[in-house]
Design a protein around this ligand. Structure first.
Ligand SMILES: NC(=O)c1ccc[n+]([C@@H]2O[C@H](COP(=O)([O-])OP(=O)(O)OC[C@H]3O[C@@H](n4cnc5c(N)ncnc54)[C@H](OP(=O)(O)O)[C@@H]3O)[C@@H](O)[C@H]2O)c1
Length: 273
């Protein structure tokens, strides 16, 4: 085979594999969209909620210590309020003192629960998560529930002061560092401890990749978010395996499609539709 024949065959193979990748990606997105419209909308929620047990929905959780990250807004706020309304002690972890204080007083007045506390931590910084953890661990209290909710979909490729791509820093490193550093306090609550990581069905649109910081090709925030959410689910499986027999349950979940400030900012077209 001559040099030009080889190049010709090589180019055809590259085109076939690009077409296959494109088709796979399109298939993933279409399948996710169809499944989502059936299951992740309000209609889907109402349908699934018929199977909720009323006993579970009314459970009281006084004496349980819960941490909810990203609790000043959207799903995290609703989660913190729900836990507080059932009597738990709730620590809301927010990066902005102003937004955190506003959420704190709203939750306290809506639920009448004064055992709600604000902790300031920017999850895009490993150093900040470490200093939150060392402050918090001094309390030496068991943590029954850690909700890793804080997350973002940043469309532009931003780099944190510690040198990481921003989506990856918050969604993956922040979640990882928070969970690892809370393990000793979670163990104190065993066998009643659980870590719930708010992932996303959006992960189905992207495979698990080695290129964690999206350095290899033109940056796409939506794809990076999907990759990060895959990693969160993979991490959850890993935590469950490495911490088995410790009495801590590790769960990842998709919250459905909720109209939140985050969605309005990051996906305005999706938010309108
Ligand atoms: N809404 C949906 O349809 C949907 C679907 C699937 C999955 N999710 C997941 O649900 C979770 C909550 O999202 P949401 O829709 O409720 O969005 P949201 O309203 O934007 O809430 C995200 C929360 O995370 C906080 N956060 C972001 N970056 C942070 C950082 N560096 N340090 C500390 N906190 C930070 C935000 O704080 P600021 O207010 O200070 O920015 C906010 O409180 C996310 O993990 C998201 O991926 C949402």
């Amino acid at each position: 085979m001559g040099k030009s024949d080889f190049l010709f065959h090589f180019q055809i193979r590259i085109s076939i594999s690009s077409v296959a990748m494109f088709l796979l990606k399109t298939w993933r997105s279409v399948a996710f969209g169809i499944y989502g419209f059936k299951n992740f909308t309000k209609k889907g929620f109402l349908e699934h909620s018929k199977n909720f047990s009323s006993e579970d929905m009314q459970a009281r959780i006084e004496g349980k210590n819960c941490i909810v990250t990203g609790a000043n807004s959207g799903i995290g706020y609703a989660t913190a309020e729900g836990l507080a309304s059932r009597g738990a002690t709730v620590y809301i972890v927010c990066r902005s003192r102003e937004r955190g204080e506003a959420a704190l007083s709203k939750i306290q007045s809506a639920t009448g629960n004064k055992n709600v506390h604000l902790e300031i931590c920017d999850l895009s910084s490993i150093n900040d998560v470490k200093s939150f953890a060392s402050r918090f661990c001094v309390k030496d209290e068991p943590v029954h529930i850690l909700v890793n909710n804080a997350g973002l979909l940043e469309q532009n490729r931003l780099t944190t002061s510690e040198g990481y791509e921003m989506n990856f820093a918050v969604n993956v490193i922040g979640t990882y560092a928070m969970t690892e550093l809370m393990l000793p306090l979670l163990e104190k609550a065993a066998p009643d401890a659980r870590v719930i990581t708010v992932a996303s069905g959006g992960m189905y649109t992207a495979p698990l990749m080695e290129d964690l910081q999206f350095s290899s090709k033109e940056f796409n925030g939506v794809e990076q978010y999907a990759r990060n959410k895959r990693v969160q689910v993979a991490l959850t499986e890993k935590w469950a395996e490495t911490n088995k027999n410790k009495g801590i349950g590790f769960y990842s979940m998709h919250p459905g499609w909720a109209e939140t400030p985050g969605v309005a900012k990051s996906l305005p077209d999706f938010s309108k539709s």
